[in-house]
Design a protein around this ligand. Structure first.
Ligand code: CAA
Length: 282
């Protein structure tokens, strides 16, 4: 059983991951660059726990577990020294992630697992500058983390079976269902999810229907819990654009980002987190 986890990055995904590990009684250190960021992350976690309890989907003990097991740190390197599991959830930038893992590897326990929550970047490339790439792996969670059942486990070229087993076991310890996939651009989930999301934006651009109608088409016609445009707002237009650009370069034309997506990102219309995307969230 995993006893201590360090989560690097207190954005939407990092704070969701930290919430789930702490709720499950795992000592959790959430790291980011500033006290302000961490303090607002803790408020978001507390609000999300209350929402889960209110909806009857989270046990009331979760409140005490978060208080007992969650701490924060602005000193990432120190926060990793004692953990047997490091999960990174910083923005989708290969250089940034690589640099963080090289620093972490210098200080963490030699048996610690190093996992990235990347939704598309190549695991084997991220591991390529590490001294021990066998313990490096993708552990991809879904937004909203406390609600979504899936964890996509991504095995790099040299990831050891022991590392895969450890991540699969941690996912189960957190009450999630793991799938194991090969390190291929976009893995299984982002590659398929992006196709629908980008096509929905192209349909909006072409005036096929309104955002509401396109979403309703998939919600009622295909029983998706949320239409592709509302989902893009939830995930973040900037996040989806970064994945689209990467998959366009790696796989091909079907992932070319629609102009409308790039235009909205340039205008700061990033979705729910910025108050406006395809919908107004204010
Ligand atoms: N803890 C905390 N909050 C909880 C909760 C819990 N245990 N259970 C529910 N909630 C929250 C929900 O998140 C939702 O919050 P908002 O009001 O902020 O939307 C609210 O309580 C209502 O919950 P319900 O269960 O009544 O939810 P719903 O039927 O409205 O469903 C949903 C909400 C679960 C988000 C659903 O619409 C859904 O499944 N949407 C699709 C999500 C999805 O596809 N996510 C994957 C995105 S891709 C990704 O994340 C990968 C990547 O790398 C980018």
């Amino acid at each position: 059983m995993v006893e201590r986890v360090t989560v690097i990055g207190a954005g939407t995904m990092g704070l969701g991951i930290a919430q789930v590990t702490a709720i499950h009684g795992i000592e959790t250190i959430l790291c980011d660059l500033s006290e302000d960021l961490l303090s607002s992350a803790c408020s978001s976690i507390a609000a999300s726990v209350e929402k889960g309890i209110e909806k009857g989907k989270t046990a009331p003990e979760a409140r005490e577990n978060v208080q007992q097991f969650l701490t924060t740190s602005v000193t990432t390197v120190e926060a990793c020294a004692e953990s047997n599991f490091i999960i990174e959830a910083v923005p989708e930038n290969l250089e940034l992630k690589s640099r963080i893992f090289q620093e972490v590897e210098e200080v963490c326990d030699s048996a610690a697992i190093l996992a990235t929550n990347t939704s598309s970047l190549p695991i084997s490339e991220l591991a390529s500058n590490l001294k021990n790439p066998q313990r490096f792996i993708g552990m991809h969670f879904f937004n909203p983390v406390p609600v979504m059942a899936l964890v996509e486990v991504v095995r790099g070229n040299v990831t050891s079976q022991q590392t895969v087993d450890s991540v699969v076991n941690l996912a189960r310890q957190l009450g999630k269902e793991p799938i194991v996939v090969r390190d291929s651009p976009g893995f299984a989930t982002s590659r398929l999810g992006l196709v629908i999301g980008l096509e929905a934006i192209r349909m909006l651009e072409a005036g096929v229907a309104s955002a509401e109608e396109i979403d309703k088409a998939m919600e009622l016609g295909y029983r998706h819990p949320m239409g592709p445009l509302r989902l893009t707002d939830l995930v973040g237009l900037d996040v989806r654009l970064a994945i689209a650009d990467y998959l366009h370069a790696e796989i091909g034309e079907q992932f070319r980002a629609p102009d409308l997506l790039r235009e909205y990102v340039n205008k700061g219309r990033l979705g729910k987190k910025s108050g406006r995307g395809f919908y107004d969230w204010k």
